[in-house]
Design a protein around this ligand. Structure first.
Ligand code: 5GP
Length: 184
């Protein structure tokens, strides 16, 4: 029996990880797309339980201390984590699972689950990443500057990943990720 595998999708904020992951999950319904918990406030249009589980810092820390997070990280002042049980249930049921997380989280998964595939998504250019983050219009100037500084650090670590994809064509990126995940 081939065990379903976990795939991690990392990459800088604004690169389009969320869009790529959502399209793969929509095209391949057997894929389990993990829903993270976060302490950040919901953006307009984000739905509880679909985009994230929006929780208080106290609730997050309690879950983390109880061992309920597969991985977690602080990102620009907020906490983000992957609820462990849902991922384990999906893998146990033979569903390939996909996590869209930051670099620190990807490193934790690499240590805890060395069999997981690690994919890093690159922007076509730095200017394009800046443009996408600005156009999204969901962050303040200082929040955006912090995300760009984090992005620079994350991009420097891309060689740690098994695969590096450049998101210059959404359809091609989705097809490449699906191929890496062994989806047909
Ligand atoms: P955003 O605030 O833009 O939704 O997410 C900020 C960063 O946190 C992104 O790089 C996103 O991939 C990452 N992130 C989202 N969920 C998780 C998670 O569960 N764990 C970790 N480590 N990072 C996450």
């Amino acid at each position: 029996m081939v065990l379903a595998r976990l795939t991690v999708l990392a990459g800088p904020s604004g690169v389009g990880k969320g869009t790529v992951a959502a399209l793969v999950a929509a095209r391949y319904p057997k894929v389990y797309l993990s829903v993270s918990a976060t302490t950040r406030a919901a953006r307009p249009g984000e739905a509880e339980g679909r985009s994230y589980f929006f929780v208080s810092r106290e609730a997050f820390e309690a879950a983390q201390e109880a061992g309920e997070m597969l991985e977690w990280a602080a990102y620009n002042g907020n906490l983000y984590g992957t609820p462990r049980q849902a991922v384990e249930d999906a893998l146990g049921a033979g569903r390939p699972a996909l996590l869209e997380i930051d670099l620190a989280g990807a490193r934790q998964v690499r240590r805890a689950m060395p069999g997981a595939r690690q994919v890093f998504l690159m922007p076509p250019s730095w200017a394009e990443l800046e443009r996408r983050l600005t156009e999204r219009g969901t962050e303040t100037d200082s929040e955006r500057a912090a995300r760009l500084a984090t992005a620079e650090r994350e991009i420097l670590a891309r060689d740690e990943f098994d695969y590096v994809l450049t998101n210059d064509d959404l359809d091609r990126t989705v097809a490449s990720l699906a191929a890496i995940m062994g989806l047909d």
